[in-house]
Design a binder for this molecule. Structure first.
Ligand code: TMP
Ligand code: ASP
Length: 236
């Protein structure tokens, strides 16, 4: 299989067409942005960490029956994935109050939520990814009611699987963002699952092990990504 031309370059990844019409190659960059691209920088070896961390989570989810786009790792910073027609709805699952929810509801970061909270955002950089609900999704024709039911169930199940996996590693899964797409009539989980798209807190110290270290200039950014990969691989 051959890697052909670049189809798309996003803020954190590049997507390439391959000679197999059903597969794309995704390359993870070290570039980091925050606040809808207004803060720019680079995190050393982030591409490597996020590719490896995403692969571990996608393999786990495949084992647990969550259909997703991951096929195989092809290099330190690249993976082969199934082609997806991305649904422009970012799905956020929250277990603990943090980030934009802390601001929106006026509760301190760290407040435990009684049940996981599901939120939807319209994936549109020009608009700054505004929050929407399932009526907007249906009214704008972004996805059908049935697709949204599947997506919501999958997102909550992903949360259960990740929490179960991370708890023994002393990582609290505060919140995370998922993206989904269509592949041959099926909804697959796509994008990445990494410290760029999740909030991970050390259970004992509440230390942040994710992109908030970059967003908030907390220092030790690379170290946080490395720490997450190390815990996931048991230091191997
Ligand atoms: P928020 O608290 O800023 O709304 O973020 C919620 C979660 O979604 C957090 O884990 C970070 C992730 N996220 C992304 O992956 N991409 C984004 O563009 C934003 C705003 C958040
Ligand atoms: N990914 C978004 C951006 O690049 C926001 C974020 O992750 O904070 O601006």
């Amino acid at each position: 299989m051959e890697i052909l031309e670049q189809l798309y370059e996003g803020k954190a990844k590049k997507v390439y067409r391959t000679s197999d019409p059903k597969l794309y190659m995704v390359y993870y960059k070290d570039d980091a942005t925050a606040f809808n691209g207004s803060k720019k920088g680079s995190i050393q070896d982030k591409g490597y960490y996020n590719n490896q961390i995403s692969a571990i989570f996608f393999k786990l989810l495949t084992e647990k029956g969550i259909p997703n786009h991951f096929v195989e790792l092809t290099g330190e910073r690249s993976m082969l994935v199934k082609t997806l027609e991305i649904i422009p709805v970012e799905v956020v699952v929250r277990n603990i109050v943090a980030g934009s929810l802390a601001k929106r509801i006026g509760k301190p970061e760290g407040t435990q939520l009684a049940v996981p909270v599901l939120e939807f955002y319209y994936k549109d950089d020009a608009l700054g990814d505004p929050m929407i609900n399932e009526y907007h999704v249906k009214a704008l024709g972004l996805a059908t009611e049935e697709e949204m039911k599947t997506i919501s169930q999958m997102a909550l199940r992903v949360n259960e699987i990740l929490v179960e996996h991370l708890t023994p590693l002393n990582i609290q899964l505060v919140d995370f963002k998922l993206e989904f797409g269509r592949h041959e009539g099926e909804i697959l989980l796509g994008d990445e699952i990494s410290p760029d798209t999740c909030r991970f807190w050390d259970t004992a110290t509440q230390e942040k092990l994710d992109k908030d270290r970059f967003r908030r200039d907390l220092g030790k950014v690379e170290e946080a990504y490395q720490e997450v990969l190390q815990r996931l691989t048991g230091g191997k």
